[in-house]
Design a protein around this ligand. Structure first.
Ligand SMILES: Cc1cc2nc3c(=O)[nH]c(=O)nc-3n(C[C@H](O)[C@H](O)[C@H](O)COP(=O)(O)OP(=O)(O)OC[C@H]3O[C@@H](n4cnc5c(N)ncnc54)[C@H](O)[C@@H]3O)c2cc1C
Length: 381
């Protein structure tokens, strides 16, 4: 058993760490305050190769694996958790198009995603349907040789920034088998967007999207009519492990700040770290983050090795997000009044951590997947 990264993986980590430290970190506080990314952010992500990590080289990507995507997300999240969402989305949606798209769709769409020219959003959740995503209602009605989409989507990460969306629509009443995925430009006539006023992950521009008689063609269907739901669920096996890495890294950055503070700040004549009541909780959170990180990377490693990784990815998602919130909270408390201020990243780390608990499926949604595996469908909730 080998827990170390290869030389190439180590080099990738160092490259992304340098990019994140130099370019991303200095914008993080302002991005959060202004609720948007700095101008040029998406182009820089593309130039750094971060939106094309998992896309094949023939389409302009690097053709790397799930572990490499995890390595990139881990390094980016240390600087700014929200900056990871375009990378996660490009990996998730690029993966769905790579697996399920036609030759023409792959050739036409993937190079723009890899280059960062197309900023992509996963357009699934609706005001009435989140966890029960198979019940979505936004309708796609056949109209001549095309389709007409009508309805509302909400909670769409990057919704205010995205140029394109993978939009899930109902094409028949047949439950999950009646859901079809369309890859559409989001500036198309009939689409309106409204920003949500979020508690965290603020630069992400989460939004509600209104579809009023939006025209789509057969050529924009990914994976066939009625095949949309299975495709996104397979994609979640991978993206949930990436969100886990994101959550752990965000919390680890907060914990590192707290550890540094505990080495310097004095109380009762000695540094904080000398007080067992300060040191031991930090040790406990470091231990949990370490273990959750191993689980998340195991899920990504299994994906790269063609092994079933659904259980590990879903276990990692809920647990990493839970321990991430708890660690970020403790980090803020260790900083005392200094953490309770927007000039310090501790508060942003906590707010962003809570968002990760909901994004890509809540704790209960992931536990449902694991319960069905452990207990069998007939005996699980
Ligand atoms: C930061 C962030 C980013 C997001 N990004 C996107 C995105 O890019 N695209 C997108 O489409 N959506 C996105 N979402 C939406 C997210 O996927 C949904 O919020 C999530 O799936 C939960 O759906 P819901 O909010 O409607 O909660 P509901 O489904 O209404 O659930 C409410 C509560 O009940 C629990 N619950 C529901 N059903 C069950 C059950 N059967 N058993 C036990 N508990 C249950 C849930 O766990 C939750 O705690 C994002 C959300 C956030 C916060």
């Amino acid at each position: 058993m080998d827990f170390s990264f290869t030389g190439e993986q180590q080099a990738l980590a160092e490259k992304v760490r340098a990019f994140a430290g130099d370019t991303v970190a200095r914008h993080a506080a302002l991005d959060d305050r202004e609720r948007t990314f700095w101008s040029g952010f998406f182009a820089e992500l593309g130039r750094a190769g971060l939106t094309g990590l998992a896309i094949a080289e023939e389409y302009g990507g690097s053709g790397l694996g799930a572990v490499e995507a995890g390595i990139a997300v881990e390094q980016l999240a240390r600087a700014e958790a929200t900056a990871c969402y375009p990378v996660v989305n490009a990996t998730l949606i690029g993966g769905i198009i790579s697996r399920s798209g036609t030759v023409r769709q792959r050739a036409e769409w993937l190079p723009a995603v890899a280059a960062g020219d197309a900023v992509v959003a996963l357009v699934l959740t609706e005001p009435g349907h989140g966890t029960d995503a198979a019940a979505i209602e936004l309708s796609a009605q056949k109209d001549g040789d095309g389709w007409i989409l009508s309805g509302t989507k909400t909670s769409i990460m990057l919704g205010m920034h995205a140029t394109h969306g993978l939009v899930f629509a109902r094409t028949s009443d047949d439950g999950a088998r009646g859901v079809t995925a369309f890859y559409l430009p989001l500036n198309r006539d009939g689409i309106a967007r409204e920003r949500l006023d979020d508690l965290g992950v603020r630069a992400g521009g989460r939004a509600t999207l209104y579809f009023a008689g939006v025209r789509a063609s057969d050529d924009e269907i990914v994976g066939g009519v009625g095949e949309g739901f299975g495709g996104v669920m397979r994609g979640f096996d991978h993206s949930r492990a990436l969100i886990a890495v994101l959550a752990i890294s965000n919390a680890q950055a907060a914990l590192d700040d707290a550890l540094a503070y505990a080495r310097e700040r004095e109380s009762f004549g000695q540094v904080l770290g000398k007080h067992q009541g300060v040191a031991f909780p930090l040790v406990e959170h470091a231990t949990r983050l370490h273990a959750a990180r191993l689980l998340a990377f195991e899920a990504l490693w299994r994906a790269d090795n063609g092994l079933d990784h659904r259980t590990e990815a879903n276990m990692a998602k809920w647990w990493a997000c839970r321990v991430g919130v708890e660690a970020a909270h403790q980090a803020l408390l260790t900083l005392g009044h200094r953490g309770w201020n927007d000039d310090h990243p501790a508060g942003r780390r906590v707010r962003d951590a809570i968002g990760q608990e909901i994004a890509d499926g809540t704790e209960n949604a992931t536990k449902l997947v694991v319960a069905r595996k452990l207990l069998g469908r007939d005996c699980a909730p």
